[in-house]
Design a protein around this ligand. Structure first.
Ligand SMILES: [Fe+2]
Ligand SMILES: [Fe+2]
Length: 177
């Protein structure tokens, strides 16, 4: 029996987002390996972790479609940018990517609202919070990288000392919101 928890249109849009999230995974793996090649191991570790998170985002969408009893169809994923000249360029690309993804998630929410699909709206709330965190993280990292100018070791030092703070610009009480 078709439970029709989500419409064909929502199903299609989420399948596309699986591709976008896995595309982000590839982009962050590429950036992490660039940093590793440059001997910038803190930045490399930071971006490998970001890559893992993008894979997790993709899998959350996969599980959602499967839970809804619908078809997962993963689209073709474009090759990531594989060459960088400095830290700022790589972090700028990451911030641009996160900003685009926020737009994509907002569009998904709009579609769910239009279709009166409360289950998908509820499911997407986690992604909205995640985009706030990831965009803010990349924005802070970009500011640090710009301030460090040509000294990538200063960024390394910052990530080593304050990596955890990158994820929350304002102090949080015990429970992160
Ligand atoms: Fe993501
Ligand atoms: Fe992200």
């Amino acid at each position: 029996m078709d439970t029709m928890l989500i419409s064909k249109t929502v199903n299609k849009a989420i399948n596309q987002q699986i591709g976008n999230e896995l595309g982000a995974f590839l982009q962050y793996v590429s950036i992490a390996s660039y940093f590793a090649n440059e001997g910038l191991l803190e930045l490399s570790a930071f971006f490998y972790k970001q890559a893992d998170e993008e894979r997790d985002h993709g899998m959350r969408f996969v599980r959602y479609v499967v839970d809804c009893g619908e078809r997962v169809e993963i689209p073709a994923i474009a090759a990531p940018k594989n060459a960088f000249t400095n830290v700022v360029e790589a972090v700028e690309l990451s911030l641009k990517w996160e900003t685009e993804v926020t737009g994509q998630i907002n569009k998904l929410v709009e579609l769910a609202v239009k279709e009166n699909d409360h289950i998908t709206q509820n499911f997407l709330q986690w992604f909205l919070r995640e985009q706030l965190e990831e965009t803010s993280t990349m924005d802070t990292l970009l500011k640090v990288a710009q301030r460090a100018a040509d000294n990538a070791l200063l960024v390394e030092d910052f990530v080593a000392r304050h990596g955890d703070k990158l994820r929350a610009r304002a102090p949080r009480d015990k429970e992160k919101v």
